[in-house]
Design a protein around this ligand. Sequence first.
Ligand code: IPE
Ligand code: IPE
Ligand code: MG
Length: 249
Amino acid sequence: MAASQDKIALEMLDSEKIPKHIAIIMDGNGRWAKEKGLPRTLGHRQGMEALERTVEASMDLGVKYLTLYAFSTENWKRPKEEVGVLMNLLIEFVDKKINELNKKGVKVVHIGSKENVAGKVEKKICYAESLTQNNDKMVLNLAFNYGSRQEIARAAQIIAAKAALGETKAEEITEETVEKYLYTAGMPDPDLLIRTGGEMRISNYLLWQIAYSEFWVTKKYWPDFAKEDLWQAVYDYQKRSRRFGGLDE
Ligand code: IPE
Ligand code: IPE
Ligand code: MG
């Protein structure tokens, strides 16, 4: 859990130790709405505001990769109406925000499967990716129709196909080979993984990539997540000792 702290200020952060890659499980939209007597879908809409704030605050901190869990491969189990709203929100997000993100130098990358995704949604994602492909201020990975097990199984399929063609041999397959066929190929692993909504689980997110990520959970629901919460997470992260299986210096 997040440590209870006095009020956090930007000056409290060590600018030399900003996480290069932050991944977030944006959870709690439904409970946020329910507690207010509102439909769940309004929670998702409000969550978009938090998303915008967080992108901005991450850029201001100098974060280079921000990976946001927007829709999991398991979220298809939800009522059709809710799934529809989430799909439409993605379209709306691209329509309303992509020019601004592009101006700021954000490169949008889709991580996840295109399977089951409607053509109009896929088109928007492709548009956002191609418009922003040459930007280099920050990479915004949208984990959409993303499931980590699907990602790893897909990598295995690609590697097996290469082996069948004689392009690689079983004994040549290393951790680097697997990494190369993940959606996040070539990107650094997340340094910090944030989950809102208080659940202490990973929910099929970045299983390979978070091997040594620092985990930070807040009970706050995603629509209430403020830049100060991001600062607090980074502040706590900076106090941790990352050993990667070794010993402290
Ligand atoms: C996270 O909020 C958004 C998505 C999973 C798309 P939830 O919709 O899971 O909200 P809770 O967890 O039910 O409160
Ligand atoms: C994880 O949240 C997925 C996203 C935030 C998109 P869920 O609400 O789907 O996770 P569970 O079901 O509580 O594990
Ligand atoms: Mg949830």
